[in-house]
Design a protein around this ligand. Structure first.
Ligand code: B12
Length: 214
């Protein structure tokens, strides 16, 4: 039994096998980050490369994603069940026009695991939905995910709308952005308060934003 088997099962789109193999690794006490990075996420990276190379297509990408999600469901309780006391409220979503949610879901699980109250708005989220949810829940942070290059202007529009709501609509919330096409420079340029490269870093950065005061 090895992590490689999880990777191979994702590449073979074997959803049930992935769930069983992840469970077996969890039962054996394997480090969760190792299961995620070496078993599940690295497989998706290769799937993405094959998609770019034109050797597989959207249906395969979707089957691989479903296999990974089956694995994530197994680790979810372990990531979110820390008993930590609420440290803040985060509104999370993938920006308008973008349907990718695996990275966002992972970020969400780690926020929950770190004791944040999480309101996950899902994918294809309109700027106004983020703002209303932040107002309704007295949120501290709005975290935006995007995987497509076309999501970058959407993210900019959303951050701008939130900034405007902070100024004119009695909102007081910070913004964090992430996803493969996003980097620190882009985040700074669009005026986001934070950028993080992955889910564990996102949690540390969110804590730092909270400590810096809202
Ligand atoms: C799975 C997948 C899909 C699945 C998504 C299923 C799902 N439920 O999410 C499906 C099949 C639906 C899909 C569709 C499409 N996809 Co797609 N997809 C992927 C793939 C293979 C994996 C993405 C993934 O889940 N990665 C794993 C997660 C864990 O990583 P992650 O999202 O990067 O998240 C980490 C960090 O980025 C960060 N993070 C993420 N969000 C946030 C948010 C915050 C606030 C912070 C702080 C951090 C953070 O933390 C995460 C964990 O550590 C990628 C290739 C790749 N390697 O990325 C292509 C990819 C993203 N897709 C691509 C494309 C082109 C498409 C389509 C346009 C294809 C088509 N012709 O229809 C459609 C678009 C649909 C739409 N409107 O969104 C391209 C994007 C190219 C580009 N630069 O724009 C990629 C890069 C493939 C490629 N190499 O060409 N896709």
């Amino acid at each position: 039994m090895s992590i490689q088997e999880i990777y191979d099962a994702v590449m073979a789109y074997e959803e049930e096998d992935v769930a069983e193999l992840v469970q077996a690794q969890v039962d054996a006490g394997t480090d969760i980050e190792k299961i995620l990075n070496e078993g599940l996420i690295s497989a998706l990276d290769v799937i993405g490369e094959k998609f770019s190379a034109g050797t597989l297509f959207v249906p395969e990408m979707l089957m691989a994603a479903e296999a990974v999600q089956a694995g994530l469901e197994i680790v979810r309780p372990l990531l979110i069940d820390t008993g930590a006391k609420p440290v803040g409220t985060v509104i999370l979503g993938t920006v308008k026009g973008d349907l990718h949610d695996i990275g966002k879901n992972l970020v969400g699980m780690m926020f929950e695991g770190a004791g944040f109250k999480l309101i996950d708005l899902g994918t294809d989220v309109d700027p106004e939905e983020f703002i209303s949810a932040a107002q309704e829940n007295d949120a501290d942070i709005i975290a935006l995910s995007g995987l497509l290059t076309t999501s970058m202007p959407e993210m900019e529009k959303t951050v701008e709308a939130i900034r405007d709501a902070n100024k004119n609509r009695n909102l007081n919330v910070k913004t964090m952005v992430g996803g493969p096409p996003i980097n620190e420079e882009f985040a700074t340029r669009i005026g986001a308060d934070g950028y993080s490269v992955d889910a564990p870093t996102a949690v540390d950065d969110a804590r730092a934003l909270m400590a810096a005061g809202i």
